[in-house]
Design a binder for this molecule. Sequence first.
Ligand code: GLU
Ligand code: ZN
Length: 298
Amino acid sequence: MAAADPPYVGRFAPSPTGPLHQGSLICALASFLDARHAGGRWLLRMEDLDPPREPPGAATSILQGLRDHGLYWDGDVVWQSQRHTAYAAAVQDLMQRRRAFACDCTRQQLAREGGIYLGHCRERGLPLQAGHSIRLRTDAADTIQIHDLLQPMLEQNVSSAVGDFVILRKDQLYAYQIAVVVDDAWQGITHVVRGSDLYPSTPRQVLLQGELGLPTPIFAHIPVITNRQGQKLSKQTHAPALQSSAATQNLRRALEFLRQPTPPPGLNSPSAIVAHAARHWDLAAIPGSTAIPDTYTD
Ligand code: GLU
Ligand code: ZN
């Protein structure tokens, strides 16, 4: 890095919906290695925004799974459940500047509009209260371009592709889009390395960064690992939890998936493998596709 570059700050930001599986390990490992290779910091943020979807113990089990795989983060874990005041301030700010508005449209009304919000409640002046969601006002004139380190350039007009989107849900839970933007800025994140399943929502985040006067980080969206049916490995597709006793094999598989050099066979601790991988890390070797099937699934 040139002396004038800001220091590198990366992060892993899991939602605690289940234990670590091979797909989440790949994302954690890629963001960790990219940060360590650059001599940067690697932060951990638990995105516990949606309690009904979070089985007890999932967050603890993810953290233990990361340690068991030699992935040690810097500083304290940030818990999004502790950050509601910051999200509330951002929502208030957008509402006061009339960049966001309350909406009481029902699911049925929205379905009739084909999933793209056409601005029905924009000028109704509804208050912020339970039962109302808050939506960001999107402007038809705004086209967002994302230059990703791995994926092809993405150009999206959020207004026509998504419409005015929810930043605070009807049930008063904050939406991922606002929380991720507020926290990436607050934690000083310079590089976001994460799964390509989140690439399509990146224009919404860049739009929010602009609205809130926050910096946009550098993005690298890595391919997601799928099962033979082409489904992303996730809790929903019953991806098995990783066994800590198999940590070195899990890491070797993850490095192979990321097309990184094979660590010498003599390295048999997770820490030795990740240290070797960090020295030899080559982001450009990762395929620029959005999904790759797991060669190890039966
Ligand atoms: N919490 C999100 C997830 O687990 C990832 C957020 C991010 O990396 O921006 O899918
Ligand atoms: Zn509405």
